[in-house]
Design a protein around this ligand. Sequence first.
Ligand SMILES: [Zn+2]
Length: 213
Amino acid sequence: MYEKERQELIDCALSMEAQGLIVQSGGNVSRRMPCGNILMTPSAMAYGSMDPEDLVLMNPDGKIIEGTRRPSSDHQALLYIFKHMPQVNVILHTHQPYAVALSLVADELPACTTTLIDELQGAVPVAPFTRSSDEGMGISVVTHCNGSLAVILKHHGVMAYGKDPEQALSAAIYLEEGCKGYLAALATGRPVARLSAEQVAAESQERGYYGQP
Ligand SMILES: [Zn+2]
């Protein structure tokens, strides 16, 4: 069941690895299927040798519907996010290093570039430390998301999400770019310029031109 979607999630994880957002078997990818069940990468398996049948299909309560592998150790947190954020269909969990670095020195990545507004819908919050692998991490993400397409988990990593794999992957990649730039600006020791609320609102408006018709 869901052969195409299973492969898409593995491809997504491989893109995360290629972009330096995860190493080895770190992180995970999960997706809400139209029937409401959740497809998830298995715990502690390398993505390069992962087959579509290694992914686990579970119902929203965590009951395994299909698959012989153990699901990601973060499954309780992921199920909580899916349950409480109905607009989210795909969640990527990464340990991307620049976002983690930022979490150690700041409480948010401010919406200081147009890319952050366009790709992440604005500032990205840093949620306080919670233990990994239990529901508390999911509660923290839902509590702190504040309209952003990602939450940085202090001392840990990132939850990036969206309506489909492309939007979630884009959020994770552009978040890393944004963190890199912001940390470089902070490292100069000079004040970091902010965009005003009006400028953020202007950039947030729908534009008719970007992309291909
Ligand atoms: Zn993690």
